[in-house]
Design a protein around this ligand. Structure first.
Ligand SMILES: *Cc1c(COP(=O)(O)O)cnc(C)c1O
Length: 456
């Protein structure tokens, strides 16, 4: 076997031509979205009032294993894909570990994260349907930026509701979105009914993803020719993000490498669901085994302290109900710096896989995450996003275990993005002002007490 290079690049011809739908290989399918009014599964027709028709088809399809990637999307992908799979030789050396560490780097585009993989797909189907534009929410700003790039490329209007604490912490993110022609409103805002209601109930709130989603959905259904798009959680988003795992697997197979442990940070679950997709597929079909670890912040621990139940995806309780590990839709996490991980719920696909024992989850404290981020930056050069650094933390911890036991495990983790817009967070860390905010059991019990009645 030839020596493994620092970066394994694929050629454009080696890029996947289809997305892989993990649900096709799941025996226990993820639970369907429910209509909050009737408690019945949402029909395609109901969903099409909010989402684009083709995306609804993808959302509801639990059986088709492969979805062809349209040529126009593949052409856009070629501007920044295939993304490199990096062998972290320098980090291994620094840790003095026998473990072999690989990471798939998705920060190689202006939006700085993996979110562009789904943004271009969603914008493409909106355009094809003849819509004027789309509305969305953004937490840390990566999704809003990615969607802005995709919409400007295709000539679609884009209205972004940005969680207020990020809007204030990251003014430069907002300006990038405006470079691409989007309008950006801090959420909660007075521009929607639901925003006004939330402001009245929680005066001075710095917002949450759940709030911003409610506002964006309202803006979509009350504007002719608009639909709502979402950057994580939904089945369709995991489908598009499977390109991450498919590329990783092609690159590893080229060198005969098989990961023992696959690690990803988990906010709504899209990068993790995408990274693990082909590997989990093998695991589900009984062809191979992998340890799979989801890493979440202690401040927003959906998998590790949440409940597997039907819940609203948004604070305003206007969206369909999804069955997922949730902290309750009224849970508003502390204003931690990994904005992309501040969602109260989790993908239904990953929730079902976790409930069935196909993967593990752990939560990590904020300061530990930044220690890992800095160690990584100094060894590997790349400045990681705080979200991605959750995966780095777990990868380092696993590599250090290998050092103790002498095991030469192969670890693959997702490096979802870069941290250039997170320097206020790094500054707090350097100044010793960073805290570890952990919700109390009472905090969580209080929001879980408000789960919808369909749970019986
Ligand atoms: C949004 C985001 C995440 C978390 O979202 P998932 O849907 O869980 O992948 C992680 N990392 C980065 C850089 C992000 O922008």
């Amino acid at each position: 076997m030839s020596e493994i290079p620092y970066k394994i690049y694929l050629s454009e011809d080696e890029m996947p031509t289809s997305w892989y739908n993990l649900r096709a290989d799941m025996k226990n399918k993820p639970a369907p979205l429910l209509n909050p009014g009737t408690g019945q599964p949402m029909t395609a027709q109901e969903l099409e009032g909010v989402f684009c028709a083709e995306l609804v088809r993808q959302e509801l399809d639990n059986d088709t294993p492969l979805f062809h990637i349209p040529q126009e999307i593949r052409d856009f992908y070629k501007m920044y894909r295939p993304s490199p799979l990096v062998r972290a030789y320098c980090l291994e050396k620094k840790l003095d570990t026998p473990a072999k560490i690989y990471y798939k780097f998705e920060g190689n585009n202006t939006s700085g994260s993996h979110k562009l993989n789904s943004a271009i797909a969603q914008a493409y189907y909106a355009k094809k349907q003849g819509l004027k534009g789309v509305t969305t929410e953004t937490g840390a700003g990566q999704w809003g930026t990615a969607l802005s790039m995709a919409c400007s490329y295709l000539g679609l209007d884009c209205k972004v509701f940005m969680v207020k604490c990020s809007y204030e912490q990251k003014p430069f993110r907002r300006e990038v979105m405006r470079v691409y022609g989007s309008s950006v409103t801090p959420s909660p805002s007075e521009t929607t009914q639901v925003g006004k209601k939330i402001l009245a109930e929680f005066p001075g709130t710095t917002g949450s993803l759940g709030c911003a989603i409610s506002e964006a959905v309202e803006a979509a259904v009350s504007n002719e020719g608009y639909r709502y798009v979402l950057g994580s959680v939904l089945n369709q988003v995991l489908l598009h993000q499977s390109v991450i795992g498919l590329e990783s697997k092609i690159a590893m197979d080229k060198y005969g490498v098989k990961p023992d442990i696959i690690i990803g940070c988990a906010g709504g679950g899209s990068n993790l669901g995408g990274l693990i997709a082909p590997f989990m597929g093998q695991k589900l079909r009984g062809e191979a085994d992998y340890r799979i670890i989801a890493v979440e912040p202690e401040s927003c621990p959906s998998f590790t302290r949440g409940k597997y139940a039907y819940d609203f995806c948004d604070t305003g309780m206007v969206c369909p109900l999804a069955k997922m590990y949730t902290l309750g839709s009224s849970f508003i996490p502390s204003a931690d710096h990994a904005g992309g991980l501040r969602f109260h719920g989790m993908s239904s696909i990953l929730s079902q896989l976790y409930a069935d024992g196909y993967m593990e989850a752990r939560s990590v404290p904020q300061t530990g995450v930044f220690e890992a981020a800095e160690l990584f930056a100094r060894a590997e050069g790349t400045l990681p996003a705080p979200e991605s650094s959750h995966a780095i933390r777990a990868a380092i911890d696993e590599a250090l275990k290998c050092k103790e036991t002498g095991e030469e495990k192969t670890i693959l983790f997702g490096l979802t993005g870069t941290g250039y817009f997170d320097l206020v967070a790094y500054e707090k860390f350097h100044n010793g002002e960073m805290t570890n905010n952990v919700p109390t059991d009472e905090d969580i019990a209080k929001s879980l007490a408000r789960l919808p009645e369909v749970n019986g």
